[in-house]
Design a protein around this ligand. Structure first.
Ligand code: UAG
Ligand code: ATP
Length: 507
């Protein structure tokens, strides 16, 4: 595929992004890249993020003929320089153009929220896939599915990919016959313009609590909220959990660009009047997670998704995640009959996975990694295992989500009996200091704390020291296969892998 300079000029002008084009010759670009190491002859190269001018030299040596940047660089001498006001936005609109606007051929459901994005995405994907087999793409934190064959499924690096990868993967999905796309939209996606210019057919807002504030992320909570709200502003139809904090802001953002007739509210709180769908919790323990979905407005009644649902995944919060997914799927003509079956059998990797260890407590591996999710998880498990102890293995990552440290301290003080504080993706920080910061936020006398720096040892000790009535929660990493240490992804056998190894050692 070629990208003509004339087209580039027209698109950038349309989006008010063009400063000037310093052209030595007018060429068609044979490919696009933001990484000098992947550049091939005739490519257009984007200088973005923590870019260094030497990358441009490498891109030129590799054959790039054009670069797009907010500044002109001597390293690009001889190349066509496209100087823009905002390079990440320019990259988004030019990537969409280069891949020939694949979004126009997909019904796109975007999901945001501090917690529940991945779970809701898996729910929506499984429901839609039941009705439209081999036509539903999925871009989640865990996996990306761009086609029906096994090789069309691969692990994700980011929750929401860079715009260039996003439009590339959408193009592959469309070429593979996909007609629907369920994707998670992180706040970073809006902060970094990864979804700039993209209109969603349906946007879901689940919840918001403090997270992702710090260096490389959001400067404060209001910025985090502002970015999350952009999904509502950029969606043709909006689905909102009316129980979320800052509901008025979320509803206001949706109404700014969407007819209220196209906004659907749901709630698990019967007191919450004026919603379209009500969730009635029938049973939520470890063996059964059942709820009744009630259509409580005339516009909801047109959907025909009311009824009893059984979820194969524990946790009352998953009733809300599933409801959001059901409503979104209903917008793509799914009805109760299509939705009820897949939810009965769904498995979400790294979310509420459990392992029975004879003679010891049942082990839960869960991706809970901030106050809201750890609190919800421990509260649920404490209720289920009221005769035993709640034993938690947890650490907090380095260089991001700094507020999680205080949040973990608080959640452990409120719900845990024993806490093993350990390492979780320390990045460039000292894991011992991170542990100390969690410790600083534990209320004295509430929970017995053991500090075990090595995560493998911490898991082993937690399981071996547990008794049959206890529950052992391995929190934060889900099915992550690595520990991020000093800029290197160090292989990690996964929390469940370590638990299984401990179990094997007992037999
Ligand atoms: C803060 C942030 O979003 N950073 C992302 C961003 O970094 P960046 O643009 O500064 O890129 P960089 O890796 O520093 O390198 C600078 C540029 O030079 C290029 N380069 C680099 C080396 C070289 O030899 N040649 C070369 O051309 C790189 O390709 C890049 O374009 O672009 C990179 C890909 O180009 C991403 O990997 C990186 O995500 C980092 C790793 C990250 O962890 N981001 C997290 C915070 C994130 O986005 N998380 C959210 C989920 C949060 C949530 O749950 O809400 C997500 O959506 O995943
Ligand atoms: N609606 C919810 N409310 C509170 N906690 C939730 C909710 N849904 C899921 N959780 C908890 O959060 C954990 C992560 O869930 P999930 O992966 O679906 O969220 P996410 O938004 O994708 O998270 P992240 O942004 O960290 O990748 C779950 O394992 C569970 O403990």
């Amino acid at each position: 595929m070629d990208l003509e300079i004339a087209t580039v000029k027209a698109i950038l002008t349309e989006h008010d992004l063009l400063k000037e084009i310093k052209s030595t010759k007018t060429v068609a670009n044979t490919g696009i890249s933001y990484d000098s190491r992947t550049v091939k002859p005739g490519y257009m190269f984007f200088c973005k993020g923590n870019f260094k001018p030497e990358y441009l030299s490498v891109a030129r040596q590799n054959g790039a003929t054009t670069y797009v940047s907010e500044n002109e660089y001597p390293e690009g001498t001889g190349m066509t320089a496209i100087i823009v006001t905002n390079v990440t936005r320019a990259m988004a609109v030019l990537s969409a153009t280069y891949y020939n606007f694949p979004q126009n051929d997909l019904f796109i459901i975007g999901i945001t929220g501090t917690k529940g994005k991945t779970s809701s995405a898996y729910f929506a994907h499984s429901i839609l896939n039941q009705k439209y087999p081999n036509q539903v793409a999925l871009f989640s934190t865990i996996d990306r599915i761009v086609g029906p064959k096994p090789e069309d499924q691969f692990k994700s690096d980011l929750t929401t990919p860079e715009s260039m990868n996003l439009f590339h993967d959408m193009r592959v999905a469309v070429d593979n016959g996909m007609k629907y796309l369920v994707m998670e939209v992180s706040s970073q996606a809006y902060l970094r313009d990864r979804v700039y210019g993209l209109k969603f057919d349906c946007g879901i807002f689940l919840n918001i609590t403090p997270d992702h504030i710090g260096r490389n992320e959001h400067k404060d909570f209001e910025d985090y909220l502002h970015c999350k709200l952009q999904l509502m502003v950029n969606s043709k139809r909006c689905i909102i959990d009316a129980d979320t904090d800052r509901f008025d802001d979320v509803f206001g953002a949706a109404k700014a660009t969407t007819d209220p007739e196209q906004i659907y509210l749901f709630s698990a709180d019967v007191e919450n009047g004026g919603v379209d769908f009500l969730i009635q919790d029938e049973e939520d323990d470890l063996t059964s997670n059942r709820f009744t979905l009630v259509e409580s407005s005339s516009k909801a009644e047109a959907f025909h998704v009311a009824g009893d649902y059984d979820l194969n995944v524990a946790g009352d919060y998953n009733q809300s995640n599933a409801t959001a997914a059901i409503i979104a799927a209903a917008l793509a003509d799914v009805t109760y009959q299509d939705a009820v079956l897949p939810l009965k059998s769904i498995v979400i990797p790294g979310r509420m996975e459990h392992l029975n260890v004879p003679g010891h407590g049942v082990v839960f591996v869960d991706y809970a990694h901030n106050y809201a999710s750890l609190h919800a998880l421990l509260k649920f498990l404490k209720h289920q295992y009221h005769d035993g102890k709640v034993i938690v293995v947890v650490g907090s990552p380095g260089d991001k989500g700094i507020s999680r440290r205080a949040g973990f301290g608080q959640a452990l003080s409120e719900q845990a009996d024993i806490a093993y504080l350990t390492t979780d993706d320390p990045a460039f920080e000292d894991p011992e200091q991170i542990i100390q910061q969690i410790m600083d936020n534990i209320k004295p006398g509430t929970v017995e704390v053991r500090q075990v720096l090595d995560r493998h040892d911490a898991i082993e000790q937690a399981i071996m020291n547990s008794s049959e009535k206890d529950v052992v929660v391995l929190a934060g990493k889900g099915e992550d296969p690595y520990q991020k240490v000093g800029g290197v992804d160090t292989p990690w056998p996964t929390d469940m892998g370590v638990a299984e190894e401990v179990k094997r050692g007992l037999s």
